[in-house]
Structure formats: structure tokens, C-alpha cells
Design a binder for this molecule. Structure first.
Ligand SMILES: Cc1ncc(COP(=O)(O)O)c(C=O)c1O
Length: 414
């Protein structure tokens, strides 16, 4: 069956905004199927960052001269764009970080060290990226709290029936979960998890790295307590990310890093902290990168998050349909109607790295490995997968090429 594009998103037109596609790989057009790892950048972001550096760059917040004021306006304007993107109540609750990893570490260390102890439970899921697993595991160890994972079923979906049993093991203090699994594409019921966390008196931390670039996110509707994402996956530059946190919690938390900018006053005897969000932004931030993130947000919202979500859903369904025509391919994760634009699979006994290598010769970029989800790999009983992931510039033809490449890999190595 050919894929029926509902033409809400004009992917070829969108694709023309991305200069990377003008450059062949091994003499072939680039099929970039690794957007879950990092997205490509549209000309609008590249041009805006160049112009910012050429006309408006200085350090932020400190200068009284025109250039510094322009830089600060660009930087703070980006903060407001992040706020609007996730419908946060206030831009003061939006903290610029280096990436989502830093945002999640900030919560784990700053909130966790002060609020966790023996008898408390830290609940994550078997689907977590290491960025939302290892910090909580380590903070649980340091504080004496118990660390528990919500299991998944064989389709890679959370077993919510296990929640009561988990809660019996102690006082649930924090639930930390990704919205969309970067390995399986599972869309997690973060609304249900948030409601459950609050029933237990716990806070809810959402790793939205794979959600914010691909679907509409509203932290007030979700009612979570912290939510983080990363710029480089939403068409923005690397080196920037954002963490939103509920003001009451952020106000109570100690700073994560210390130095310039995050202080109100420093004396030999004592230091006091700056107001939100600066208390959590020690040192010179990634100024042009934050600005570039703001431009990326304009770009992605201009295309339309609903249209992007639908486009990726169709591509995932098409990829699963085409790949399942190959009897030697095993696909992991939930059915197409319950997943985002991410498809992980294995090709017989061929190692995923070899599959990815053969695909690269065809100009097709996919990721192979554990995708920073080793506990999930253990649960699935495998060491690695090959992963194709889609974004607003992805085309069905790229999936056809992927399927041909997988056949080649199997013929040569299977
Ligand atoms: C679900 C999820 N969480 C966290 C991360 C880490 O992102 P970053 O390296 O930008 O901090 C990723 C990146 O792949 C991810 O997919």
C-alpha cells in the first residue's frame, strides 16, 4: 500500500529550507533518518544566528551599552518563546540549560538531595534514556532512597497495573518519565503518571526531549512539576536546552551550579541567591544558541506542531508496514497508532552497526546501538537495534530507500 499523505505538511517544501539536503553523501542524496538523535537546521536558524553574532552579540544582563541590551533582548526574547511553546505560566520558571541532560541533573541534584531519604521511592520507567535514569539512580543511592522502574510489556508500553505494587515499597517522592521513548517511539501516558504521582504526594518530572519538537506540549494542562527539552532536537543549535519548573519548587531549591550571575550578594561570610531564573543560570550562558533556539521555535511552530505530529505518525506507520514485509526484520515497540516517528528494528543476526554501515554507503543515516537506553535493551534481551527516526523534513521515499538498503544489508551479511 502506498502511503497517503494528507498534505497537511508539505515535506518537500519544508525540506528545501534545510541546506544539508543539498549535499550528497557517497554520491547519493542524503536520507537523514536520525532526527531522534539530533535534528538538522533550517536556513532561518543558521542565518539568524549569523546575523545575531554580526549585529547584536555581547554578554547578557551585565552591560549598559546598546549591544549588550540588544543581546539581552534576544536572549530573554528566546526565553519568552520557550515559555509560550510549552505554555508555562511565567518566563521566570524557564531556565536555560546546556541540554535536557543538564536540566534533569539540575532537578535530581538540587531537588533530590534536599527531599529524598531512606523510605522514599524514586520511580522511573524501563524506557528511560540514561539522562533520566542515571542521575536519579545515583541520587537515590546517595540519599538512601529506593529506586524503582515501572516495567514495560512486550510491546514496549508501560504496565500501569504495576503502580500500586511499586507504591507499596515506600513513600513515592518523585516520578521521572520520558514522554516519548527515544528508542521505541512509545508515547507514554504522562498525564496518567502525573495524576498518580500527585496522588502519592510526589512530584512529576517529564523528559520531553522527544516530545517538545514533535507535538504540542502544555505544562499547565499536563500539571507536571518539571519538564525539560533540548534545542538541538527541535531544529535549534546544540549547547542549549530548557527546563521548566513550578515556581514554588524552584524557589525552595538550592542552586545547582554556583558562580557569576546566580548571586544577589557575596560576602566573605555569606552569599545570597539571585531571583528566578538566574539562580539556576550560573556563568555566561549559551547566548546565541538560546537566541537560535527561539528562531527554531518560530520555525517549527510556523510549520505547525499538529501537522508535524501527524506527518511523523504517517511515516512511522509506513515504515512499519514496509519493514514488516521483510521476514528477517524484527520491529520493536508498540503498533503504529500508538507511537511517535521512531522505529527500532533488527535485521536477522546482522549487527546493527553493520546495517548502519551498509545504509551509509547508500546515503542513508540511521542510528545503531543501545540509544542510551541500556536497561531497556536488557529488558528486550538484545544488545542494540538499528533505529530510523523522522521529522518534518522526512519523506516516504527515504523509507523506500531504507527498506532497499536493509535488503542489501541482509543479502550481503545475513
Ligand atoms: C528521551 C531523551 N532524553 C534525553 C536525551 C538527552 O539529550 P541531550 O543529549 O540533548 O541532553 C535524549 C537524546 O537522545 C533523549 O532522546
Amino acid at each position: 500500500m502506498a502511503m497517503t499523505t494528507q498534505a497537511k505538511l508539505d515535506a518537500p517544501k519544508v525540506r528545501a529550507d534545510f541546506p544539508v539536503f543539498e549535499h550528497p553523501i557517497h554520491g547519493k542524496p542524503l536520507a537523514y533518518l536520525d532526527s531522534a538523535s539530533s535534528s538538522q537546521k533550517p536556513r532561518a536558524v543558521l542565518d539568524a544566528m549569523r546575523e545575531f553574532y554580526e549585529t547584536s552579540y555581547a554578554n547578557v544582563h551585565r552591560g549598559v551599552y546598546d549591544l549588550a541590551e540588544r543581546a539581552t533582548a534576544g536572549f530573554e526574547g528566546a526565553r519568552e518563546k520557550v515559555r509560550a511553546l510549552i505554555n508555562a505560566p511565567s518566563a521566570r520558571e524557564v531556565i536555560f540549560t546546556r541540554n535536557v541532560t543538564e536540566g534533569l541533573n539540575l532537578v535530581a541534584y538540587s531537588w533530590g538531595l534536599d527531599n529524598l531519604g531512606p523510605g522514599d521511592l524514586v520511580v522511573i520507567t524501563e524506557l528511560e534514556h540514561h539522562a533520566n535514569f542515571v542521575p536519579w539512580q545515583q541520587i537515590a543511592k546517595r540519599t538512601g532512597a529506593t529506586f524503582r522502574a515501572i516495567p514495560i510489556d512486550d510491546k514496549g508500553e508501560l504496565v500501569l497495573d504495576s503502580l500500586d505494587e511499586i507504591a507499596a515499597a515506600g513513600q513515592v517522592k518523585v516520578v521521572a518519565a520520558n514522554w516519548v521513548s527515544n528508542t521505541l517511539g512509545t508515547i507514554n501516558p504522562v498525564d496518567k503518571l502525573t495524576a498518580w504521582a500527585h496522588e502519592q504526594g510526589a512530584i512529576m518530572v517529564v523528559d520531553a526531549a522527544q516530545a517538545v519538537p514533535h507535538r504540542r506540549v502544555d505544562v499547565q494542562a499536563l500539571d507536571c512539576d518539571f519538564l525539560g527539552f533540548t534545542s538541538h532536537k527541535i531544529c535549534g543549535p546544540g549547547g542549549a536546552g530548557a527546563l521548566w519548573g513550578r515556581r514554588e519548587l524552584l524557589e525552595q531549591m538550592p542552586p545547582f551550579e554556583m558562580g557569576g550571575e546566580m548571586i544577589r550578594s557575596v560576602k566573605l561570610e555569606e552569599t545570597t541567591w539571585n531571583e528566578l531564573p538566574y539562580k539556576f543560570e550560573a556563568g555566561t550562558p549559551a547566548i546565541a544558541e538560546a537566541y537560535g533556539l527561539g528562531i527554531a521555535i518560530d520555525y517549527v511552530t510556523g510549520v505547525g506542531l499538529e501537522a508535524i505530529e501527524e506527518h511523523e505518525r504517517e511515516l512511522a506507520a509506513y515504515a512499519m508496514e514496509r519493514l514488516s514485509e521483510l521476514p528477517f526484520v524484527t520491529i520493536y515497540g508498540p503498533p503504529a497508532d500508538r507511537r511517535a516517528g521512531i522505529v527500532s528494528f533488527n535485521v536477522g543476526e546482522v549487527h546493527p552497526h553493520d546495517v548502519a554501515q551498509v545504509l551509509d554507503w547508500e546515503g542513508i543515516a540511521v542510528r545503531a546501538g543501545h540509544h542510551c537506553t541500556q536497561p531497556l535493551m536488557t529488558r528486550l534481551g538484545i544488545a542494540a537495534t538499528t533505529r530510523a527516526s523522522f521529522y518534518l523534513y522526512s519523506l516516504p521515499e527515504e523509507i523506500d530507500r531504507l527498506v532497499e538498503g536493509v535488503q542489501k544489508a541482509h543479502k550481503a551479511l545475513g
